[in-house]
Design a protein around this ligand. Sequence first.
Ligand code: IMP
Ligand code: MG
Length: 179
Amino acid sequence: MMTVLDRPHEIVLSESQIEEKVKELGFEITKDYFDKSPIIIGILKGSVIFLADLIRSVDLQLSIDFVAVSSYGSEMSSSGVVRIQYDMKTSIEGRDVLLVEDIVDTGLTLAYLMESFTTRHPRSLKVCTLLDKKEARKPEIELKLDYVGFEVPNRFLVGYGLDYDEKYRNLPFVAAISD
Ligand code: IMP
Ligand code: MG
């Protein structure tokens, strides 16, 4: 048991639950893109752990890249403003793009990125998120999530890439914490 989680918490997803789901998602993606060479784009920093595990379950010729956006400060709630802080060097024009996210909450981040990426004319653009906090979605946001690992309750989660104030990303499981 890891000891870095130094506050009251409840395990929401165990290491083995995540591992099994990531393999399933990798298998599905392999099947859907069997004749393609997608570019898998991780949204920094939360998706790094998930992406690293996911691509090892994907049996395709693929490449990876990353973008960084800001929407959250170090708080537990979204500021509602999304900005690209670090953009990719590679062109996605004519490419099959799969955006990988750790968690979709209000949906603002992904909606913004989808719009921004669409203007770059990829051949296809899909989304894979490990977690979907569906209840927290802003009603005006319309998002189609192509691959979803788990629907999770509307609580603040940490671990497996998810942070609270930059901490707890290295936990191998996902836990809910309260303030
Ligand atoms: P959205 O724009 O509100 O959908 O927020 C998406 C981003 O907020 C994710 O990429 C996460 O980095 C962060 N986020 C949302 N919910 C949580 C959470 O429960 N724990 C940690 N980070 C979260
Ligand atoms: Mg984050």
